[in-house]
Design a protein around this ligand. Structure first.
Ligand code: PEP
Ligand code: MN
Length: 339
């Protein structure tokens, strides 16, 4: 930590801060500038008492952290990228671009299996589909719940695709983990720390969406919750954030994708569907995601989007996912990886 003192602070008051820094278990190194004194406090910021309270002292201008707050997620000090393995598929590092696709919600056997076959044909290795749905209104379709999980298990058996599905509550972690190869933590739950810990404890890889108004640091710290709970198999997923723009459902933050790839060693996926909120933009956003270096996509697909029980306007139809796979491929290759 760096403690910057106010310009012109007299020596007696500098010494008070130095004494306090020592008392808190850090080694203080005062640096006397012509105008201002700063004190470098050396010590592990994670295991020592926090110096932040010093910011309330009248002679202190600011207390600034030097180390990253996420240690396990940080790329710093790591030689290789994390490759998440689920259902025999490797995601991240130099592994092929990963396509996860399927309906927003699991609605029926016919809907799910028809979609599963089509996304497999398009090259997807995972079927996505919500059994437990986080809906803004309690009057909207909440998902089929356990029946939805049974249908996902059936689709997996039929097609051999891995399963990605959302876990909404700690109470459902075991049931969801019994069927899912990857547990999705949704944008609305990405700072639900007890759910993150419970999902981590399942031992399944965790796909962590970025929250609607989450800073990149907060997103990485949420991933740190999973990793510090003993589960290193974390996939980050950017799905757009809330901004002043209302023409798209969310603003896809590709800068955050590039930054997360640089700051962490974890695979980063993009969900262009929740970002765009409209099907006609999904392919363009997918190409951009591939070009910026994302490790894969999570895309919504429905056999008949007009009749979908959730997010109909943003779901691709079965031809659409085939087109997406074809049109994204050149961008995946341009980014230097296999499709
Ligand atoms: C979803 O994937 O259907 C979903 C609800 O996503 P998010 O949590 O990103 O809104
Ligand atoms: Mn959705």
């Amino acid at each position: 930590m760096i403690i910057a003192l106010r310009p012109g602070t007299e020596k007696k008051l500098v010494d008070q801060v130095v004494t306090e820094v020592k008392k808190l278990g850090y080694q203080p190194h005062p640096i006397l500038g012509e105008v201002q004194t700063v004190i470098a406090a050396i010590g592990d910021e994670r295991s020592h008492a926090s110096l932040e309270a010093l910011a309330t002292w009248p002679q202190v201008e600011a207390v600034l952290p030097v180390q990253r707050r996420y240690k396990l997620v940080a790329q710093e000090g790591r030689k290789t990228a994390t490759v998440v393995k689920a259902h025999g598929v490797a995601i991240g590092g130099n592994e092929p671009f990963c396509l996860m696709a399927g309906p927003c919600s699991v609605e029926s056997e016919d809907q799910l299996l028809t979609t599963a076959r089509a996304v497999k044909k398009a090259g997807a290795t995972f079927l996505r589909g919500g059994a437990f749905k986080p809906r803004t209104s309690p009057y909207e379709f909440q998902g089929l719940g356990e029946k939805g999980l049974e249908l996902l298990a059936l689709a997996k058996k039929e097609t051999g695709l891995g399963i990605v599905t959302e876990v909404l509550s700690e109470a459902h972690v075991d049931k969801v983990a019994a069927v899912a190869d990857i547990l999705q933590i949704g944008a609305r739950n990405s700072q639900n720390f007890s759910l993150l810990k419970a999902a981590a404890a399942s031992g399944r890889p965790v796909l962590l969406k970025r929250g609607l108004s989450m800073k990149v640091e907060e997103w990485l710290l949420a991933a740190e919750y999973v990793m510090s709970s003993g589960n290193g198999q974390v996939i980050l997923c950017e799905r757009g954030i809330r901004t002043f723009e209302t023409a798209v459902r969310n603003t896809l933050d590709l800068g955050a994708v590039a930054l997360a790839k640089r700051e962490s060693h974890l695979p980063v996926l993009v969900d262009p569907s929740q970002a765009a909120g409209r099907a006609d933009l999904v392919i363009a956003l997918s190409r951009a995601a591939a070009a910026v270096g994302a490790d894969g996509l999570l895309v919504e697909v429905h056999p008949n989007p007009a009749e979908a029980k959730s997010d109909g306007q943003q779901q691709l139809d079965l031809k659409g996912i085939q087109k997406l796979a074809e049109e994204v491929l050149p961008f995946v290759k341009a980014a230097g990886r296999a499709g």
